[in-house]
Design a protein. Structure first.
Length: 125
């Protein structure tokens, strides 16, 4: 699997998503706190980070444990389950709008993204 280069804003946004999701994998049936095992919980992008328009879209990202991110929903055989989860989470209309946003283009602007992510973090702290 090919991954795009990680930027400082990716690290900030990942921290926001995991904090928003209370340091729990949204795919696991049982609740487990990953706040003391930060490498065990990932920020999963339904549409990959290569799509700049949804790279920092809060509706495009959820927290997944290493297993669900690398072998299940995120990059494994569980894409249909991931899609069903996202439709349930966003509603069909919300999911369809996310799909449209994912297929639009956007110029990279990390200065603006950093400001936006800092504002998001204020909401969860």
């Amino acid at each position: 699997m090919k991954r795009g280069k990680t930027r400082k804003t990716d690290e900030m946004f990942s921290n926001y998503i995991r904090t928003r999701d209370e340091w729990e994998c949204l795919a696991c049936a049982k609740s487990k706190d990953y706040s003391n095992n930060r490498q065990g919980l990932h920020c999963s992008h339904y549409w990959s980070r290569s799509r700049e328009n949804t790279r920092f879209d809060t509706q495009n990202c959820i927290s997944l444990c290493t297993y669900h991110h690398l072998y299940g929903w995120g990059h494994g055989d569980g894409r249909n389950e991931y899609t069903a989860f996202m439709i349930k989470r966003l509603g069909q209309e919300g999911f369809d709008k996310l799909d449209v946003r994912a297929h639009l283009t956007k110029k990279q602007d990390d200065k603006l993204e950093k400001i936006a992510i800092n504002e998001l973090m204020k909401e969860v702290q």
